[in-house]
Design a protein around this ligand. Structure first.
Ligand code: NAD
Length: 477
């Protein structure tokens, strides 16, 4: 296998499922365009077997004591630290991000698994106040087998979230992570198995996404869907989930507004905002996207942004010094070309970038557009790429209106040194997560999720585990 990339399989009922006449999907290194390995895809019989196993896994795991569930999660966290270099390297090979970012992703999972391990012991219910001789108790129970679909942008972190919460809650889970980045997901799952997770409890399938989701969500075995991906696919999957009245966690798209007021240290904001933009080549649901800049600092902010984007070192994620890798698949540079051409055609100014780099792999230059009319597609469609949109505004009110203009509400950011304004903005920005003078909006203990078209439900934090539980009230007379 090239450069240490593993051979690929599914994990169904404790068995590594490979070829056997199944259809396959070629996993490609986005830095080179070369095929890394062939991934076997599930047929209907594979999915039925996975469902049967998930039902069995739930019967086992719902009875597992909190200490056992916690030990699996902490054990897996320890193994991920031991295997960090291997897992990070696999993720960079199949997804493209710089190795340093992949290492951080491993450590995000470590933090989350350790936090969830603690939550296993804190899934308290409550006793209601009742007359003598009567008792009413509210308790949380695991929802049942979970279908979890995770995308390619965080090939380690997304599977960690999709597996960690159901395992902490006492559910079983069938994970279909993105076919483009399967080995990272399998490596995370292997850490859980090696830490003692019964193989019936968590399984990994791959396939044609529409076939897999219709099959799993149409089965009475599945009780919950957890999906991360685009709003369009999320809406479609919610409709499929309605027939079986599934609980859903939907972590969908965003269009991150960043409000920059004229009372800030512009260089300090840029030192955070630009690496925030180029992180994972902009393929991040909480990426800062629309820079809404007060007019007195607009030109300095724009020029400083352009200079820093031009200084960003783009290359193979495995190479020393690379700050931004290729885009993850050929669809992304195509989307960048379409969005930039449309915006320029409608009058936007291009300051840097706006084109691919070379013809090997899926590289695209860090790009800055300004004075972009609202009619440009990129002002409503999530660019999901290294593209910064910078527009000038006069007043706070106008800036808030622009921040809330779109139906998305995932992450929003604001930079100002005025403490009263900071509080006003925290109230006014319609997002599930707001960063004030900070781009750090995540953490194992912090609920992560959006509002409006960015979805509902949270991952991480106690809310992430409770999302895999249902409430039961028991009344005793
Ligand atoms: P896409 O919207 O088709 O796929 C997004 C993810 O959903 C992939 O992992 C894919 O395997 C999965 N998917 C697609 N159809 C599905 C189905 N019917 N059933 C189950 N899973 C399904 O397209 P894409 O080109 O991979 O990504 C395009 C857009 O998706 C991006 O521009 C971005 O807006 C969004 N996206 C968001 C996130 C996120 O973190 N919220 C991650 C990846 C992609």
């Amino acid at each position: 296998m090239p450069g240490g990339y593993p051979s690929l399989h599914m994990m169904i009922d404790g068995e590594k499922v490979t070829g056997g006449g199944r259809r396959t999907f070629d996993v490609v290194n986005p830095a080179t365009g070369e095929t890394l390995a062939a991934l076997p895809l599930a047929d209907a019989a594979d999915l039925d077997r996975a469902l049967e196993t998930a039902a069995k896994g739930f019967r086992i795991w719902r009875k597992a004591p909190a200490a056992e569930r916690a030990a699996v999660l902490t054990g897996a966290a320890r193994l991920m630290i031991e295997r960090r270099e291997d897992i990070a390297r696999i993720a960079t090979m199949e997804q493209g991000k710089p190795l340093a970012e992949a290492r951080i992703e491993v450590m995000m999972n470590v933090g989350l698994f350790n936090f969830y391990a603690g939550e296993c012991h804190r899934l308290y219910g409550r006793e209601l106040v009742r007359p003598e001789g009567m008792r009413s108790v509210v308790r949380h129970e695991p929802v049942g087998p979970v279908a979890a679909f995770s995308p390619w942008n965080f090939p380690i972190g997304n599977p960690g979230r999709k597996l960690g919460a159901p395992i902490a809650a006492g559910c079983s889970v069938i994970m279909k992570s993105a076919e483009e980045t399967p080995a990272s997901a399998l490596a995370v799952l292997q850490c859980l198995y090696d830490a003692g997770l019964p193989k019936e409890v968590a399984q990994a399938v791959f396939g044609v996404p529409d076939e897999v989701s219709r099959h799993l969500l149409g089965s009475p075995v599945i009780r919950k869907l957890s999906f991360t991906g685009s709003t369009a696919v999320g809406k479609h999957l919610m409709k499929l989930s309605a027939d079986n009245m599934l609980r859903t966690t939907m972590e969908l798209g965003g269009h991150g507004p960043v409000l920059v007021f004229d009372d800030v240290d512009v260089d300090q904001v840029l030192d955070t905002a630009v690496p925030g933009k180029t992180r994972n080549c902009g393929q991040v649901c909480v990426s800062p996207t629309r820079f809404i800049v007060q007019e007195d600092v607009f030109e300095r902010f724009r020029d400083g942004f352009v200079a820093r984007m031009e200084a960003t070192q783009v290359g193979d994620g495995l190479a020393q010094g690379t700050q931004m890798g290729p885009m993850a698949n050929p669809r992304r540079p195509e989307a960048m070309e379409r969005l930039v051409a449309d915006a320029r055609g409608k009058g936007a100014k291009l300051h840097t970038g706006g084109e691919r780099i070379g013809n090997r792999g899926f590289f695209y230059k860090p790009t800055v557009l300004s004075e972009i009319p609202l009619e440009a597609e990129v002002m409503t469609e999530e660019p999901f790429g290294p593209l910064a949109l910078i527009n000038p505004f006069r007043s706070e009110d106008e800036m808030i209106i622009e921040a809330n203009r779109l139906p998305y509400g995932l992450a929003g950011y604001a930079w100002t040194s005025d403490s009263r304004r900071q509080r006003r903005l925290a109230d006014a920005i319609e997002c599930g997560m707001v960063g004030i003078n900070s781009h750090m909006i995540g953490g194992a203990d912090a609920p992560f999720g959006g509002v409006k078209w960015s979805g509902h439900g949270s991952e991480d934090g106690p809310e992430g585990v409770l999302a895999c539980m249902v409430t039961k009230t028991v009344h005793e007379g």
